[in-house]
Design a binder for this molecule. Structure first.
Ligand SMILES: [Zn+2]
Length: 368
């Protein structure tokens, strides 16, 4: 008996892609989430132990960084010393007693940590809501908070998630008049607000063969959800910026527009109270090193360094490699390998520290 094509059947014709015949094989059964190719590329790879200049990291989280005890704070400080972080901005996302508890952990190190408070958006329909959140922000400031953040609206409303989200018309948006008193209070106290508005644009595209980001990010997908469009959320940001010109807003993750730096530049030009942090957008910068270098150099007085990726030593060091070296084809978090930006010294100094010195509030807690 011979194996072969039975009468009446034809062998599948191999597909030809770019002139190369493509036939089936073991890789056809591989799941996307398991695909982790080893690179054979041989090019120089730098190891940057410590940042070239002192750094203020404007985006970190006490919860993500597992900071619960003075020992945790001390361990984090050691890593900061080893990697060149002079100061970390810590988002507690807390108010009331929980804010006070976290503030106490960081209070011994006023030159190394700046602590930000959250806001309590429950009962946002109550008549006293506006006054209540503004008063709590001021109370947290008196306790030592030097900003608010990270406050998030991915479409479910400010500080809300899919579980328990209000009907769309009742959700609290950043340009809602109910927040006017809070944003005015931040201007009066001269404290910035770190905001996460919308999300990476791929979240609004279906999960399927054309989805831009890896399966690791599918839990963030919003394409079939009851949320406004990406564009509508960014429009709420613009109305807020226009309505509160005296409040400093730091839009994190390059305002979720790192895929389109020309659009980001236009928005920065339009709203002088807008600042950006680059946290968690290593993949946007690394996939377009020449465009990113131009953008960051042009807007070095409006963009600040931030991480938002935990507190491992290697995490900080991979940022230094990305921003400071010309290394190529660095392993990334999405499909895209990164290419070092090799930023000029003046740009690095601005992004790492000097812009933060102008934007953040360095008044001494307790001295007001
Ligand atoms: Zn964050």
């Amino acid at each position: 008996m011979t194996l072969g094509v039975c009468a009446g059947q034809t062998a599948a014709q191999p597909t030809v892609k770019f002139g190369v015949p493509v036939t089936g094989g073991p890789m056809d059964a591989l799941l996307l989430k398991d695909y982790k190719p080893d690179s054979s590329l041989v090019t120089p790879k730098s190891r940057v132990e410590k940042a070239k200049y002192p750094v203020i990291d404007v985006h970190s989280h006490s919860s993500m960084n597992n900071i619960n005890t003075p020992e945790d704070v001390a361990a984090w400080l050691r890593t900061m010393d080893e990697t060149g972080i002079e100061m970390s901005v810590v988002f507690t996302e807390a108010t009331g007693a929980e804010f006070d508890r976290q503030m106490a952990l960081f209070r011994p190190y006023p030159k190394r940590f700046q602590v930000y408070a959250g806001i309590d958006t429950s009962n946002s329909g109550a008549p006293d809501f506006s006054a209540r959140v503004a008063a709590e922000a001021e109370r947290c400031y008196r306790q030592g908070a030097r900003g608010l953040g990270e406050l998030t609206d991915k479409g479910w409303g400010l500080q809300a998630s899919e579980a328990g989200a209000l009907p769309r018309a009742q959700r609290l948006r950043v340009d809602d008049p109910r927040l006017d008193a809070l944003w005015k209070k931040c201007a009066e106290l001269k404290i910035p607000v770190n905001l996460h508005i919308a999300d990476h644009p791929s979240c609004w595209k279906p999960l399927g063969p054309n989805q831009e980001r890896t399966p690791d990010f599918q839990a963030f997908n919003l394409s079939a959800k009851d949320v406004p469009s990406y564009e509508e959320l960014l429009a709420s940001r613009d109305r807020m910026l226009a309505r509160h010109p005296n409040t400093k807003f730091i839009l994190c993750h390059l305002s979720n527009q790192g895929n389109d730096t020309a659009a980001l530049g236009r928005i920065l030009d339009r709203y002088p109270n807008l600042y950006l942090d680059m946290s968690a957008r290593d993949y946007e910068l690394g996939r377009q090193p020449r465009t990113a270098r131009q953008f960051l150099t042009k807007y070095q007085h409006r963009v600040m360094f931030g991480t938002d990726m935990g507190r491992d030593k290697s995490m900080y060091q991979s940022w230094w490699q990305l921003l400071e070296t010309a290394d190529e084809y660095l392993p990334g978090r999405i499909w895209w390998p990164y290419y070092g930006l090799e930023l000029p010294p003046a740009t690095l100094k601005s992004l790492y520290r000097d812009t933060a010195l102008k934007v953040l509030n360095f008044s001494t807690p307790g001295a007001q």
